[in-house]
Design a protein around this ligand. Structure first.
Ligand code: HEM
Ligand SMILES: [Ca+2]
Length: 578
């Protein structure tokens, strides 16, 4: 079953009716489903509503995928442009955790549903199904020798009650960076994850994620199980499950301390205060440590995305209730998927002196929890060392074969993640690459130029070979192959989409963690303490890593003892009101 198109929803999905918000309930804490964050339009950013768009979609006819005659098959694009050809070039700078955090955040902000998880569109009997949109395999394909078709089912269309006329895709999770992958995107999901005491989240024995009897994983050994988390994709790959585990452990550690210093607080109060701190940490780590590496410090400054420093006035209020906080289609379906080029071909357990104890192929770990659950979870420390010590792949246009040829190989025919990204863009009617360049104020690329703008000679030649017209180029293909801007991993087109999306997620979030106290925020000292936290410190506190580099995303940093990192000062949450 494709994990990112899992739902049993009908293929056209209806939206919730308009409703009014009860401010008393939404001022201090976020709702589970993101409703009432924006008080003018309370459903903006809420789960199970349509994704937004920066520019209108470009479908073929009606709502058929953007597909011109003679458009190259998405698999052909993948073969020509994304094939690493048995080379494995690692980043010299970034750790595996840098890749892993991107996926974790992706699952906080986007989950595009598709019907027909079990529909096999390559089966001739199904070829006329309206949501089928298979990927043709070229005859001389270097990997898929005996098949001519890769299965692909279109994302569900938003129903009439929520669409603007054009076909739109839904987002099943809250758009906000609000830890919804940890806490769920509905009240119902959230309550299933909670213990009813002390503000805790459920865990299984040995501080592991709770069991999910209906989860999407394959159990390799009888003693292993699927995990229950706020997001159904938790078991897709162990690096993701590890990030879930990190935050659930952190939640419970904070909740225990808050309960200890505030014994009069109810379960609900401890839970919500802890959740608020965890969300602040996720926002802080993402904007303070992750984004500067992805987007580049210069662009962060230019677009006012930088976090204000700790000090006398750590607050920053750029909230704009007119700003649409929703996830944009082009961001979820193209720009953030740049992270797929960082995916590593293998996973490892590392000893406390960082020797490799055991290594496994990535493709043997799709939907499997066996590496995480080995010996009742006691090997998670060894995976945490792998995440923070080894490098991810270099940020270039190349995909490792483990995801470009062998994605979800246990499903029979495997899939190609790069081809899926291209096909998904067409399915969603994402306008062509040049339309995006225009939107971003960049000159459109021209095929009469020797080398097309913002590309090197090789990628320029490949693009020209693949597409008949410059106006046909897929956004993903054109933008991933751009030369990155200095200090950034992104070329100008994805950088433009990233900064706009991350501005919306920051300045369009009424509960943004840097907003002044009022009813909603933190005190100055609390905020300063949150801002002193690093992701490395969370790894120190929740896994056995005596040393770690100051920035968990950077390989190049020297490791320092965990005791050198400041701790979150939870005494600042002592409540004198009773
Ligand atoms: C670690 C291994 C990973 C695997 C196996 C994986 C797999 C997938 C798959 C199968 C899809 C759906 C493809 C489609 O049918 O459209 C997807 C979507 C996506 N992926 Fe990944 N991915 C991984 C890592 C990442 C990383 C590192 C990032 C970002 C830094 C990322 C960002 C996204 C985004 C934004 C989507 C779209 C989500 C949605 O709208 O539902 N993924 N991924
Ligand atoms: Ca969210």
């Amino acid at each position: 079953m494709m994990p990112n198109s899992p739902n049993q929803e009908p293929s056209s999905v209806e939206c919730p009716k308009r409703f009014t918000c009860n401010n008393d309930n939404t001022d201090r804490y976020r709702t589970a489903n993101g409703a009432c964050n924006n008080l003018i339009n309370p459903s903006l950013g809420m789960s199970f509503t349509p994704q937004g768009r920066f520019i209108p979609p470009m479908y073929s006819e009606g709502d058929a995928p953007r597909d011109h005659h003679h458009m190259p098959s998405a698999r052909l694009v993948s073969n020509k442009l994304f094939d690493a050809k048995n080379t494995t070039i690692f980043s010299t700078i970034h750790t595996v955790q840098f890749m892993a955090h991107g996926q974790f955040i992706a699952h906080d902000v986007a989950a595009t549903p598709g019907e027909g998880a079990d529909l096999d569109c390559c089966e001739p009997a199904n070829s006329l199904e309206k949501d089928c949109y298979v990927i043709p395999v070229p005859e001389d394909d270097p990997f898929f020798k005996s098949i001519t078709c890769l299965n692909f089912v279109r994302s569900s269309a938003a129903g009439k009650s929520c669409s603007t006329g054009q076909r739109e895709q839904m987002n099943d999770v809250t758009s906000f960076i609000d830890g919804s992958m940890v806490y769920g995107s509905t009240e119902e999901q959230m309550s299933k994850l909670r213990d009813t005491h002390g503000g805790l989240l459920n865990m299984s024995s040995n501080k592991m994620l709770p069991e999910n009897p209906n989860g999407e994983c394959r159990n390799i050994q009888p003693q292993h199980h699927c995990h229950l988390a706020g997001d159904f994709r938790v078991d897709e790959i162990p690096n993701l499950g590890m990030n879930h585990l990190l935050l659930v452990r952190q939640h419970n550690a904070i909740a225990r301390k808050l309960e200890e210093i505030n014994p009069h607080w109810s379960d609900e109060k401890v839970f919500q205060e802890t959740r608020k701190i965890i969300i602040a940490l996720v926002q802080h780590i993402t904007y303070n440590e992750y984004l500067p590496l992805m987007v580049g410090k210069k662009a962060m400054n230019r677009h006012r995305l930088r976090i204000r420093r700790r000090g006398r006035n750590p607050f920053k209020d750029l909230y704009d209730q007119e700003l649409d906080p929703r996830i944009r289609n082009s961001f979820a379906t193209a720009a953030l998927r740049i992270g797929h080029t960082l995916i590593v071909p293998s996973l490892a357990y590392l000893s406390s002196d960082y020797r490799t104890l055991h290594r496994e192929n990535l493709d043997d770990n799709f939907f499997s929890t066996h590496m995480i659950l080995k010996e009742d979870g006691s090997y998670t420390d060894k995976i945490a060392r792998w995440l923070t010590h080894e490098q991810c792949m270099k940020a270039d246009r190349f995909f490792q074969s483990e995801v470009r040829n062998k994605l979800f190989k246990m499903e029979g025919t495997s899939h190609d993640l790069a081809a899926r990204n291209i096909q998904r863009g067409r399915d969603h009617g994402l306008p062509d690459y040049n339309s995006w360049r225009q939107f971003c104020g960049l000159i459109p690329v021209k095929f009469c130029d020797d080398i097309i703008a913002d590309h090197d000679k090789e990628s320029s030649d490949k693009i020209k070979e693949l597409y008949r017209h410059a106006s046909h180029i897929d956004l993903y293909a054109g933008a991933v192959s751009e030369t990155p801007k200095p200090g950034s991993l992104l070329g100008p087109t994805f950088q433009c989409i990233f900064v706009r999306q991350f501005q919306a997620l920051k300045n369009g979030d009424r509960h943004w963690y840097e907003r002044p106290r009022g009813k909603a925020g933190f005190t100055r000292d609390q905020l300063n303490s949150i801002k002193s936290m690093k992701l490395s410190k969370l790894f120190c506190d929740n896994f056995n890593l005596p040393k770690i580099q100051p920035n968990a995303f950077l390989k190049s940093n020297k490791k320092i003892p965990c005791r050198n990192f400041p701790s979150l000062n939870l005494d600042l949450w002592k409540d004198m009101s009773q």
